[in-house]
Write a protein that binds this ligand. Structure first.
Ligand code: FAD
Ligand code: UDP
Length: 367
């Protein structure tokens, strides 16, 4: 065997695994089917602005180990994500906080806001939320659910909110303070030189082959290394033997505009069902670039079909139980390690991917 590890995918998971193994003298080969490294965190410098090519990526974590680890490879700015939502002719602060409650109902104190939410929750008669709709109404009441959640969520996931798992909406904080920080985490920021610079450092001394799909020559790749680290789709790896997992697709439309400031914020969400995109991001506001142009990206959720880029796993009960069968197969593998969002079919943020990659490295070293 020519290599100790064949790493399929150059996203955060694959790159960290390769870096750490290379550091202790293991021979690694990374193959990547796209024409660039970095997976979905990939950024490209245009007009002196780091453009997030696969949607807004804001780094946030409360995990000190992860924060210190990633800071070896970059410096972060002090960006705090404070998206604004547009519904019909009004704008609302996110996440759901006293500013939102004031804008929605004119309430000025936390106790007035709590009364309003409780009243709407009582009217809906929900004791144990069983789906996203019930969970959302229990958290923030029917008005906010109807105006800021229902349309956005249904276009994002292509399903009715009554058919979606509650956990998706629990990602968002609900606060009784005037605080528009989208995340509760201790650490947050955007890497000063973009995410691609981090991945370049991780893969600096590792052999990488771009535009190489594992499945185009599976037999060859399976015989090139002692072990495989697989960060692609786990159902595809097992030839869909228990059926296909569902994913959600996305389409990005990016344009450069001949103006300094288009929308005045990094992220603006469009929560009406009828508007086909979910959000517009204006990249320069992530980093305060002084470019005299600006670059914006509209994010359109889309149906996913085999062959399309899979962006989000759909972690409902049906798909999770199919995944559990693949996971059983994965546990019995001696020479294949599955990792990352697609390899473990999990809606993980970047910090969690780093945590998982470092754990996988520890497991490997201590075997
Ligand atoms: P990926 O980045 O998907 O990397 C997998 C790589 O494997 C890809 O490059 C792919 O091309 C390659 N690959 C797959 N199959 C094959 C194959 N058969 N052969 C060869 N190569 C293959 N997280 C945050 O913390 N904050 C955010 O603000 C945030 N925003 C996000 C916004 C969007 C729109 C999306 C989709 C995700 C967001 N995330 C965010 C999550 C973040 O992108 C992931 O946590 C992280 O990128 C996952 O890394 P990964 O290595 O698991 O997967
Ligand atoms: N969400 C919403 N309205 C918004 C923003 C988010 O209803 O304006 C819901 C939606 O269901 C979304 C979930 O909250 O899928 C999680 O939002 P987040 O911003 O974390 O999504 P991501 O960045 O992962 O796409």
């Amino acid at each position: 065997m020519k290599y100790d590890y064949l790493i399929v995918g150059s996203g955060l998971f694959g790159s960290i695994f390769a870096y750490e193994m290379n550091r202790i003298g293991k021979k690694c080969l990374v193959i990547e089917r796209r024409d660039h490294i970095g997976g979905n965190v990939y950024t490209e410098k245009r007009e002196n602005i780091n453009v997030h090519m696969y949607g807004a990526h804001i780094f946030h974590t409360s995990d000190k180990r992860v924060w210190e680890y990633i800071n070896q490879f970059t410096e972060f700015n002090n960006f705090i994500n404070s998206p604004v939502a547009v519904y019909e002719d009004k704008m609302y602060n996110l996440p759901f906080n006293m500013n939102t409650f004031y804008q929605m109902w004119g309430v000025k104190t936390p106790s007035e806001a709590v009364s309003k939410i409780e009243e709407q929750k009582r009217e809906a008669n929900i004791s144990e939320p069983e789906n996203l709709e019930q969970q959302a109404i229990s958290l923030v009441g029917r008005d906010i659910y109807t105006k800021l959640i229902k349309g956005y969520t249904e276009k994002q996931w292509g399903k009715d909110c009554t058919q979606l798992p509650a956990f998706i909406i629990k990602r968002l904080p609900v606060r009784l303070t005037f605080d528009n920080n989208y995340f509760n985490d201790r650490y947050q920021g955007i890497p000063l030189d973009g995410y691609t610079a981090i991945i370049e450092k991780l893969l600096e001394n590792v052999e990488v082959r771009l535009e190489c799909d594992f499945f185009d020559n599976r037999e060859h790749w399976e015989n090139i290394a002692e072990k495989i680290v697989f960060t692609g789709m786990i159902d595809q790896y097992y030839d869909y033997r228990y059926g296909q997992l569902e994913y959600r697709g996305l389409r990005f439309e990016t344009e450069t505009l001949d103006m300094e400031n288009y929308q005045g914020n990094a992220v603006i969400n469009y929560t009406e069902r009828e508007i086909p995109y979910t959000r517009i991001i204006e990249h320069k506001h992530f980093e305060g670039s002084d470019s005299d142009k600006t670059i914006v990206t509209r994010e359109y959720p889309s149906e996913w079909k085999p062959g399309d880029e899979a962006y989000y796993p759909v972690n409902d009960d049906k798909n999770n139980s199919i995944y559990a069968k693949y996971e059983d197969l994965a546990h019995n593998e001696d020479n294949v390690i599955f990792g990352g969002r697609l390899g473990t079919y999990k809606y993980y943020d970047m910090w969690k991917i780093i945590d998982e990659a470092l754990n996988a490295v520890d497991d490997e070293i201590n075997k």
